[in-house]
Each structure stands twice: as structure tokens, then as C-alpha cells.
Design a protein around this ligand. Structure first.
Ligand code: CA
Length: 219
């Protein structure tokens, strides 16, 4: 799950980034609203954590702009101004949930897990293509009924390919879904993950589209 974190307080952002990362989320962080609006289109996050008090534009404006682009993207707003009015305006503008600062990190993680569950029940909790079954709730992959052992990134990679079966995924788009910005990535990282995945999957399950990327044939 890729989280776009929009928060201008550097120490809070750093702390959240670490906690979310530990929980298995991929986090991209921005401290300003305008680039964040842009990033919603370019980075295709799965969910957004948005601070309402930003230095360049009001978080409510960011929220409205996000909603215009994507009506479904889960957004949790953070507000230091614990006034009822802010929360109500935020929810009216399409936020899915809110937390008033200060909050416990565990509370935020619990709220994001609710988003995650909603997304995965929504986006095929269990998918089967040929002999390969992927259960994103249980985080299990089976081939002909036998569970296979995958690393976190291998699992995410397979999930993206299966969810998009029939469509070619470019190396760049896979990289941006699997890694945070600025995270060090070997130039052949995706190839290496694919190589390991292939050893555990039926032959020809993941097809290479030369010079472009990878795809899986739909069921
Ligand atoms: Ca702030």
C-alpha cells in the first residue's frame, strides 16, 4: 500500500514515515500542498494522509483538488485546529476520516488499516489466475493449492501484475509502486524480483514484453 503523506512538520512527518514503513506501507512524503495535488496524479497513491495546516495552500483546498481528480481515493485529514468546524468542512469536502493533533501513532495506523481492508475487499480480496491464487487479506499465494514463500516486495509485485492482468506494467510504474521516492533502488531491482518470482510460479506465468515491462495473461 502506497501512502502519500502531506505534512509540513518535519519531525512529525519523519516519525510517521518510520512507523508506517515498519507496518509495511510505502510512504511518499511532501511538505506542501501544491506539489501534493500534482503527486496524486503522478504517484497514484492508495491512500492519503493530509495535514490541513500547510504553508502554501489550505489543506481543504488540497482535499477538494484531490476529490476532483479521484472520487474514491481514501483521505485521512490531520488537524491541529481541533475545532468542530474544520472536521465538518473536511468531511464535507470528501475526507473519509480525520484525526485531531496530537494523536497516537497507533490510532493513525488503526485508521489506515481500515482503509486498507476496505480497499482490498473492494479490489479483489482473493484473485485466481490459472493455478495461482493470491489472497491479499491473508497475504498468501498458492500454486495448485500449495502455499509459496514470497518476500514482501515479491508479493506486492505479483499482486500489481495480477490486478492488472492483460495490461502491460512498465518497469517505471512498477518501481514507483514498490518503492518510496528517494529510496535507493538498484537499476535492475524489478528484474531481480521478477526473476525470483518466476522461480516460484508456473512457467510463462509472467510474460516479458521486451523493452517495455511485464504482464500476466488474464484468467
Ligand atoms: Ca501543519
Amino acid at each position: 500500500m502506497q501512502v502519500l503523506l502531506i505534512e509540513d512538520d518535519p519531525s512529525l512527518a519523519e516519525g510517521l514515515k518510520k512507523s508506517l514503513d515498519r507496518e509495511g506501507f510505502t510512504v511518499n512524503h511532501l511538505a506542501r500542498g501544491k506539489p501534493a495535488i500534482h503527486a496524486v496524479s503522478t504517484a497514484a497513491p492508495d491512500m492519503v494522509v493530509l495535514d490541513l495546516g500547510l504553508p502554501d495552500i489550505d489543506g481543504q483546498e488540497v482535499l477538494k483538488a484531490i476529490r476532483k481528480k479521484d472520487a474514491e481515493l481514501p483521505v485521512l485529514i490531520l488537524t491541529a485546529r481541533a475545532s468542530l468546524e474544520d472536521k465538518v468542512t473536511g468531511l464535507d469536502n470528501g475526507a473519509d476520516d480525520y484525526l485531531a493533533k496530537p494523536f497516537e501513532t497507533d490510532e493513525l495506523l488503526a485508521r489506515l488499516r481500515v482503509f486498507e481492508r476496505r480497499l482490498s475487499s473492494f479490489k479483489h480480496a482473493g484473485m485466481a489466475i490459472g493455478p495461482v491464487m493470491l489472497d491479499s487479506k491473508a497475504q498468501v499465494v498458492t500454486v495448485d493449492g500449495h502455499a509459496i514463500d514470497l518476500s514482501r516486495r515479491e508479493f506486492m509485485l505479483l499482486k500489481i501484475l495480477m490486478e492488472n492482468a492483460g495490461r502491460v506494467q512498465t518497469r517505471d510504474s512498477l518501481e514507483s509502486k514498490l518503492y518510496s521516492w528517494g529510496e535507493e533502488i538498484a537499476s535492475n531491482a524489478i528484474e531481480v524480483h521478477i526473476h525470483h518470482l518466476r522461480k516460484k510460479l508456473p512457467e510463462q506465468f509472467i510474460r516479458t514484453v521486451r523493452g517495455v515491462g511485464y504482464s500476466i495473461k488474464p484468467a
